[in-house]
Design a protein around this ligand. Structure first.
Ligand SMILES: Nc1nc2c(ncn2[C@@H]2O[C@H](COP(=O)(O)OP(=O)(O)O)[C@@H](O)[C@H]2O)c(=O)[nH]1
Ligand SMILES: [Mg+2]
Length: 347
């Protein structure tokens, strides 16, 4: 299989064979040791008086602003965001730790009618999050009428007993006089204890949502250390940042055909971290599209992704990207697993 490479820091040297299997893992990414992770090990400091905690499932149709909302509350881009539907493929846990509460946000892929194995995986990840939720944020795009995707979501919501808030997002794109009728149209699909209008990209209307969430969380301890932002490995976040740039720079079907794996992740204190990643496409014909004339497209994806990765890691990065074909991977369970889409999302 042919491989194309775009090295983005031309003058950087990469040593070969220096990577021992154990060294491959990023030491700072180790999960919390068993003894510290379980509630049994929780001390008084982990459960201050009046402290609340629990899972908040963020569910809704594709492209309504679910990831933008979670990122806003976390104050950091944890979940990638793009104007394309189905940007989020896996459940992502985002941890917000405050004095009085620890909020465990579950950003989910949009609920939709799946047509591929990947689609089925995504929908089941969203449904599992609903089962686990203490509180549900049902997010809709308030700038448009409800559609079939919203009706699919509403059906799924019927099975959960957790308190629900309807979040009508993209308020910046709705004329004020259209708001009451729009709100009624969504509430005709499913019930909600509370309704909020937000503009997540502008941070408008967000604080009351957070207050409502915390008021509806059960009493509970701080499950995660206060400086932990997610349960995902840095490698996963890096792969997502690369996929995000592919989504932004490619058009039509191609963005949805892309999966990204991190093949090497080598931290270096005396120089840039070395990251090697592969972009998988589904068909031979998609490869030249991702690479672009003279490698221009791949280079643009890499340059933008490298800037995002450097911001995440707080360290210079040398990013090498390859493009490979894995025929019809979205319809093949074995390929899906190999590309990190496991049968059930980890919890
Ligand atoms: N105008 C406007 N756009 C928004 C708002 N919130 C999100 N978006 C945009 O909607 C698109 C989808 O957002 P994303 O968070 O990826 O949606 P998700 O698929 O539901 O996670 C992106 O282009 C966002 O920038 C908002 O409040 N107003
Ligand atoms: Mg999303």
């Amino acid at each position: 299989m042919a491989t194309d490479k775009a090295a983005l820091t031309p003058d950087s040297e990469v040593e070969d064979g220096a990577l021992t299997p154990g060294a491959e893992e990023n030491p700072s990414l180790d999960p919390v040791p068993e003894a510290e992770a379980g509630p049994a090990a929780l001390g008084v400091a982990d459960w201050p008086a009046g402290h609340r905690s629990g899972f908040v499932a963020i569910v809704g149709a594709p492209n309504v602003g679910k990831s933008t909302i979670m990122n806003y509350f976390l104050g950091q881009k944890l979940a990638i965001v793009s104007p394309k539907p189905q940007t989020t493929r896996q459940r992502i846990l985002g941890i917000l730790t405050r004095e009085d509460a620890q909020v465990l946000f579950l950003d989910t892929p949009g609920l939709h009618k799946p047509v591929t194995q990947l689609g089925e995986y995504m929908v089941s990840a969203a449904r599992d999050s609903l089962d686990d939720a203490d509180v549900v944020l049902w997010v809709v795009d308030g700038s448009r009428e409800p559609d079939d995707a919203d009706r699919t979501v509403a059906e799924a919501l019927a099975s959960t007993e957790a308190p629900k808030a309807l979040i009508l997002n993209k308020r910046d794109q709705v004329p004020a006089e259209a708001m009451p009728e729009r709100q009624r149209a969504y509430l005709a699909l499913a019930t909600a204890e509370q309704v909020f209008w937000t503009a997540a990209t502008l941070g408008r209307g967000m604080e009351p949502v957070l207050d409502w969430i915390i008021a509806h969380l059960p009493a509970g301890p701080r499950y995660y250390p206060e400086d932990q932002l997610t349960d995902r490995e840095e490698r996963f976040l890096v792969a997502e940042l690369i996929r995000e740039q592919a989504l932004l720079k490619l058009r039509h079907e191609v963005p949805h055909a892309i999966a990204v794996t991190i093949d090497e992740f080598k931290e270096r204190q005396d120089g840039p971290h070395y990251v090697a990643a592969t972009l998988y496409v589904e068909k031979e014909s998609q490869k030249p599209i991702v690479i672009g004339a003279g490698g221009a497209t791949l280079k643009a994806i890499g340059t933008a992704a490298r800037a995002e990765i450097e911001r995440l890691l707080g360290h210079p990065v040398y990013l090498a990207l390859w493009v490979k074909v894995r025929h019809n991977w979205r319809r093949n369970p074995a390929h899906l697993r190999a590309l990190g889409y496991r049968d059930r999302p980890e919890r």
